[in-house]
Write a protein that binds this ligand. Structure first.
Ligand code: BTN
Length: 261
């Protein structure tokens, strides 16, 4: 099924007065939509532009991970945003994006099954459903453009062996009547709102909005190899954790796993 019809999606965005997602580029295959968006941003494309691919041959996640990007199954999209932000305030846009993903799909999987795992994962029933990759282009100390890439597993019914115990899709979780175009439109609407709120009211506003969705809070975690208890997210979007030395720390980036490995 091709549920990524550009004319239908653009018609919906216009009808609902959603600025994000326009101009829209949809291709059958690309290496990485984040790279497409970056190139366009360097050439000056306007804020709101979105790049969707039906498949990616070199989809990327954080920390050099590959993003599984088979044809026809999922949403792979990258947005070009030009928020008036200091460079250092751009990474927490991943939290706004995660919240927007939850906003856009919550009606498809009712029952409090969605969580946000700091800094960039959306989990469904404890498995990874979506990931966010934020990459900024900086001029001086300010963001010239921020690329917000989102991979959201929709129709897929299987994963490679190394992902099968940790990843899921909306279809695998029992959601029905899935339509990537409709999900994309809802995502544009939600992301526009969540990013505007974060830029105008601060990261703390996003953090408050996602507090009840925080997957890590209260859990024993391994933070860059150190055993800690996660304490929540602070007003700047950093993960708060208490180590075995009893001291509290706040980190703005890092590899987090559940448990003590
Ligand atoms: C992560 O969980 O590490 C982030 C994954 C982000 C994947 C998306 S898919 C669309 C966009 N293009 C990419 O190459 N990556 C992002």
């Amino acid at each position: 099924m091709n549920d990524l019809s550009p004319s239908r999606i653009e018609g919906e965005l216009v009808a609902r007065g959603i600025g994000l997602g326009r101009p829209l580029t949809i291709v059958a295959e690309t290496e990485s939509t984040n790279d497409d968006a970056k190139r366009a941003a360097r050439l000056g494309i306007a804020t709101g532009a979105a790049f969707i691919a039906d498949s990616q041959s070199r989809g990327r996640g954080r920390r050099g991970h590959v993003w599984h990007s088979p044809k026809g199954d999922n949403v792979y999209v990258s947005f070009v945003l030009r928020p008036d932000l200091l460079a250092r305030d751009t990474p927490p846009l991943a939290l706004a994006a995660g919240l927007a993903v939850v906003d856009s799909i919550a009606h498809l999987v009712p029952g409090d099954r969605l969580r946000i795992k700091w800094p960039n994962d959306v989990l469904l029933d404890g498995k990874k459903l979506a990931g966010v990759l934020v990459e900024a282009q900086i001029r001086g100390d300010r963001a010239d453009a921020v690329i917000v890439g989102i991979g959201l597993n929709v129709h897929g019914r299987g994963f490679p062996p190394e992902l099968s115990s940790v990843a899921t899709s909306l279809a695998m979780a029992g959601a029905h009547d899935l339509d990537r175009g409709a999900i994309f439109v809802a995502l544009c609407q939600a992301l526009e709102r969540r990013v505007n709120e974060q830029v105008t009211r601060g990261v703390s506003h996003t953090v408050e909005a996602l507090a009840s969705l925080d997957y890590l809070a209260g859990k024993t975690i391994s933070l860059e190899g150190e055993r800690c208890v996660a304490l929540g997210i602070d007003a700047e979007g950093r993960l708060r954790a208490r180590g075995e030395d009893g001291l509290e720390r706040a980190v703005s980036a890092g590899q987090v796993t559940i448990g003590t490995r």
